[in-house]
Design a protein around this ligand. Sequence first.
Ligand SMILES: *Cc1c(COP(=O)(O)O)cnc(C)c1O
Length: 509
Amino acid sequence: MTMNQSHEIETSSGHRGLDLAEPLIFELDGPGRCGVDLPEPGPINNRLGGLERQAPIGLPGLSEPQVVRHFVRLSRNNFAIDAGLYPLGSCTMKHNPRLNEKLARLPGFADLHPMQPIETVQGALELIDTLAAWLLALTGMSAVAMSPAAGAHGELCGLMCIRAALEAKGDAREVVLVPSSAHGTNPATAAICGYRIEQLPADDRGRVDLSALREKLGPHVAAIMLTNPSTCGLFENEIIEIAQAVHDAGAYFYCDGANFNALVGKVRPGDLGIDCMHLNLHKTFSTPHGGGGPGSGPVVLAATLAPFAPLPMVQRSGDGLMLVEQKSAARGTAASFGRLKGFHGQMGMFVRALAFILSHGADGLRQVSEDAVLNANYVVARLQDLLSLSFPGPCMHEALFDDRFLKDTGVSTLDFAKAMIDEGFHPMTMYFPLVVSGAILIEPTESESKDSLDQFIASMRHLAERAQRGDADYFTSAPHLAPFRRLNETQAARHPVLRWQGELQAAAE
Ligand SMILES: *Cc1c(COP(=O)(O)O)cnc(C)c1O
C-alpha cells in the first residue's frame, strides 16, 4: 500500500495507531469519580453569612490514572523542539539547554515570591542586574527595561518610551513608519499606542527603500519600526543611513530585535544608531517559548529614552540592590512612563537566559550567531536548485523561499506545509513575510546538527520533486498521518469558544 492511501483506513476507536483521539476532560467526566481520597470534613463553623456556594462548581470527576493519561495523551499530540526540527522562521525555535532548567529549579529561584521583603531577595535582584549588564554589553545601549513579558510587550514598552520622550519635548507626532515586510505585531503596537501607520515599501533587494523612507520622513513622524535582519532574513545594509535620516527628522529608531540571533556577539545595535530594541529571551537566549506562555522581552534603550523606562527597576543602593517602585527625582525615575506589568519580569526566564549567556560567554555567543547563519545558508545552498529563493544569497539566520517553484503544480505553500507534517517536521513559517508570494521561511538555528539538517533537506527535496512531478492530490489531501487532518485555519479566531458550556454548547453546534 502506498502512503497516500493510508488515510482511507478507518478504525472503530477513531485512534490511529498509538496516536490516541483524546476527548475534552469534561467529556471524560463520570459521576462519583474523584482523584483524591480525603476523609469527610467535620462540622464547619460557617461564617459566610449565606454567601457560600449552593451547588457544586462542575469540575469533571476523574480518577488519578485518568487525569494522568489525559494530559500525557494530549502532550503526545503536541510537537516540540524536544521532539524534532522546528524550522519556524522568525521564531528562533532553538534547543532549551537542560542546564538552564536545572538552575531555574533551584529552590532559591523557583520558590521566590514577588512580594517577599527586599532583603530576602538580594540574590534574585543580583541575577536580574547581572543579566541586564550582559544585555547592555551585547547591545551597546544605556538602559534596559526588564519587565516586558514578550517581544510584542517589549514593542509596547519601547513605543511608550518614545511617546513619553516626545511628549516631554511637547512634540506631538502621529505617524509610525513600518516596512511592508514587518511582523504584524509592529503595526499592531503602533496602533495601540495611538499612532497612524504608514507602510514603507521594500526595494527589489528586499531591503527598505531608503529614498522612499526619506520622502516619508517629516515633522509628523514619531518613529520607524524596523527589523534587522529583516523578516526576509537579510541584513539592512543601509541601516546607518536609515538611522541618520530618522534622527535628522527628529524621529526615533525602534528596532524589532526578534532576529538578534543573527547578530549577537557580532554587531551592537547601539553602534548602528538604534534608540530602542526588544530582545526575545525565548528566541536568542534559549528560554522556552512555552505555548504562548512565559516569554520575556527586555527592551534596551539609548540614553535619550532611558529616563522614560517603566517601573519597577533594579538599582544599586549602598552595598545592596533595591527595586525602585515609584517615580523619584533622587532615583532618576521622575520621567518614567509608569508601571508596565504587575511585577518586575519573568524571573524564571531571567535565570535560564543568564545560564545560557554565562555558559557560552561573549565568544560563545558570537559562535551561536555564526553557526545559526551558517546553518541557514547551508539550507539555501542545498535547496535553491529545486525551490525558488526569493532574494539572492547569502542570507542571515533564515532562508526565504516563495511559491514560484510550485507554479502550475496545483500545490500551494499550505499543501506543501501539510505534507511536511507527514514527513515528521513541523512546517516552516508560511505566507510571512507578506512581501513575497506564498512565503516559505525556514530558520534552522544553531542547535541543529548537519545530520538533522540533511534529513530535513532530503524531505524537502523529496516533496519538491513530488510536487513538480504532478502528484497534487497527495499534497491537497495531506497530512495523512497526523491525528487531525485539515483544520479550519480561521475558525478559532473568528468563533472563539473559550469555555466549556456542556449541553448548551452541543446544542449551539
Ligand atoms: C517573535 C517576533 C515578534 C513578537 O515576539 P513575541 O515574543 O512572540 O511577542 C515580533 N517581531 C518579530 C520579527 C518576531 O519574530
